[in-house]
Design a protein around this ligand. Sequence first.
Ligand SMILES: [Zn+2]
Length: 355
Amino acid sequence: MGKSGEDPGMIREVTASGSHREVGRALGRQCKDQALRMEKRWRRHIEHTPGMTVDKVVALARQTLPLSEAFYPQYVEELNGYAEGIGLKPDLVYAMVCDLPVPGRGCTDIAVNSNWTKDDCVYAAHNEDVEPYNYKDVAIVRVKPDDEPGFIGVSYCGIMPTVGMNAAGISLTGNALCPNDLRPGIPKMFPVRKVLREKGIYQALKASMPEGRGHSFNNIVSDENGEIYSVEGSATAFDALYAEDGWLVHTNHYLSPRMWRFEDNMHTRFSSIVRYNRAKKLFKHELGQVEVSTFKKVFSDHVGHPESICRHPDPDLGEEDQTATIFSVVFDLTSKVAWICHGSPCTGTYRKYTL
Ligand SMILES: [Zn+2]
């Protein structure tokens, strides 16, 4: 057991409620050790970037703050509270969120509506693939700000959700993309967090792709009615891919022909291509009988190892270049239940978490 009584093999669980400032402060206090580790890594990364200093990065990030404040001031409040909770300067915390070191190379996603599931539930599911050392820096969060429905998710250092589902039945999952049109703008973490405050699919889609963004994930936005969109964004363009047949798969390259020209370097996307086609093929096989165990089956697949759907560190690569599936999650939007697997899906168990 760790010093806070938690099992070191398990992802920590934290909760926060109240005003956005109070939410941030509570998350900061509970994840201070994680935040300070992230800060250390972030500083080291900047030191190794020619021509860059921490002051320079902070100053560059500050230029985008007005845009972020106009888009979602409540999250800026949360970040300010978070800075208080850990005892760092707000400018520094904002800059770390802008220059997010994670997620980088991976993630496989599947979403499916009730037409194809055994129990008539809508599911949004996700494998989180990043550098293996990130495992100790994620937290399962239950966040309930006064003016929002509240969500359960998995967040880096408690404050940067990578996936989540809210009490209104909206989920945000998705994957990293490498667009070639990056610019100073709203950091890609802002839309992710804002989707989790929305109560309907229209508002959630709008939140997923703000004008003035500097970067973007592929944001998969789903609701309890089985409306499922994969919103492939770059900084300046996007396409909203609809799950026309009631299900979709996404990995880490642009699928929409409209977005192909924004792909930075397709030659680095072979793991993504393998995982995409493999997940599609395996999942197609399960249509009509999908349940929670179906996702474990697909997400544990090792074809293409080590860069397979269930990813394991490639021993031939250095620590910074390795990728592993550090957790996996299945959101049941109908029952509002999250099934979270700590560590590799091939060996782990999906545990049930309620809002
Ligand atoms: Zn595995």
